[in-house]
Design a protein around this ligand. Structure first.
Ligand SMILES: NC(=O)c1ccc[n+]([C@@H]2O[C@H](COP(=O)([O-])OP(=O)(O)OC[C@H]3O[C@@H](n4cnc5c(N)ncnc54)[C@H](OP(=O)(O)O)[C@@H]3O)[C@@H](O)[C@H]2O)c1
Length: 322
């Protein structure tokens, strides 16, 4: 089969399109013919080996997982002897980032417990946008943020892969969404459900006087004192991603800030989860959520897809069609 191979840490130039054997599923695994994947920041860490601390997980000297690609949508080709939930021909999707990646290839083997049936109303290229980005937004909003109906939510950096799902999941949860995006993303933010939009190219959020129950720091960076001022008395700030200053400030100051008042500050790490994927399938089939796709690249153009993604300005998700 054709696969993108990453044999050493480095730039997208190190990625090579190669011929490798089709993998064989073990007892609890299914073999999936991959139809599409997408790029997340985790793929970028696996490619570059940066930050260096990540090499403890991804391999000290070279990538432990030679075929990148975490998000996957495809068709079950064969099943292992103990697989009960899936059958040949099922259309499935999943997040392979905690189980060895491998989706930038024509076939991949996947443990059945991390897969779900693909939403029936999505193309493979749309379904591949969902697993990591949507479950990141879901887990941040529901599990960490404990969002309630009617609450006010600010999403800092709402126009990328995670942010576009965060807007829609917040809206579907019955809360009011304010999205912070640049001028070119104002219309898309409104079209997917943002009640209010702050254009960070025109308005300095430091001069914004609204307060929020929940603030998600998804992209860009604001000082933690700005977030503190913008939180309601019992408000919660969740660091999801963005510039490293946003992460370090939260990591260093969260305990002290959380102890010295009722406002809470925390960081967060997404975990692949089958039940969350099934919930996303339901919400998508009910028409409450729709992936926003920036662009679609072929398998041989994965290096270009990375070069584009690493600029950090995609509107929604960057997809790989296989
Ligand atoms: N905690 C976790 O478990 C977890 C899981 C997944 C991802 N993440 C993190 O979440 C972050 C978002 O991931 P993603 O896949 O959504 O990224 P992405 O798709 O690359 O985000 C790109 C978007 O960010 C916007 N942006 C860039 N600079 C901005 C700024 N200063 N202010 C506001 N918006 C800005 C861009 O629009 P403009 O350039 O037009 O502003 C673009 O639309 C990443 O840092 C990633 O590492 C964390």
């Amino acid at each position: 089969m054709k696969a993108i191979i990453s044999e050493r840490y480095g730039s997208p130039d190190t990625l090579i399109l190669s011929e490798v054997p089709v993998p064989t599923p073990k007892e609890n695994q299914v073999l999936v013919r991959v139809r599409a994947s997408s790029i997340n920041f985790g793929n970028y860490v696996l490619l570059s080996g940066k930050p260096r601390l990540a090499r403890l997980v991804f391999g000290l000297m070279k990538p432990k997982y030679p075929i990148p690609g975490g998000d996957m949508a495809g068709i079950v080709e064969a099943v292992g002897a103990n697989v009960t939930r899936f059958h040949t021909g099922d259309e499935v999707f999943g997040d392979l980032s905690s189980s060895g990646f491998g989706a930038f290839a024509e076939y991949v083997v996947v443990d059945e417990k991390i897969l779900a049936l693909k939403p029936t109303n999505l193309l493979f290229t749309e379904a591949a946008a969902v697993p990591m980005a949507a479950t990141t937004a879901l887990q941040a909003i529901r599990d960490k943020g404990k969002l309630k109906i009617g609450q006010k939510v600010l999403i800092q950096g709402a126009s990328g892969g995670v942010g576009t799902f965060a807007i829609q999941i917040t809206k579907a949860s019955g809360a009011e969404v304010t999205a912070v995006v640049s001028t070119r993303n104002v219309e898309i933010a409104k079209s997917i459900g943002a009640d209010k939009v702050i254009d960070y190219k025109k308005v300095d959020i430091k001069n914004h006087h609204q307060t929020y129950d929940l603030i998600l720091g998804v992209n860009g960076s604001q000082s933690i004192t700005t977030y503190k001022r913008m939180l309601k008395e019992n408000g919660v700030f969740i660091h999801v991603g963005g510039e490293s200053s946003q992460m370090y400030q939260t990591m260093v100051q969260r305990s002290w800030l959380s102890m010295t008042g009722k406002k809470k500050f925390s960081t967060f790490l997404q975990r692949a989860n089958q039940k969350d994927l099934e919930l996303m399938k339901e919400l998508i089939e009910e028409g409450k959520i729709k992936p926003v796709i920036d662009s679609v690249y072929s398998l041989s153009d994965v290096p270009d897809a990375f070069r584009y993604f690493e600029q950090g300005h995609s509107q929604g998700k960057v997809i790989i069609e296989i």
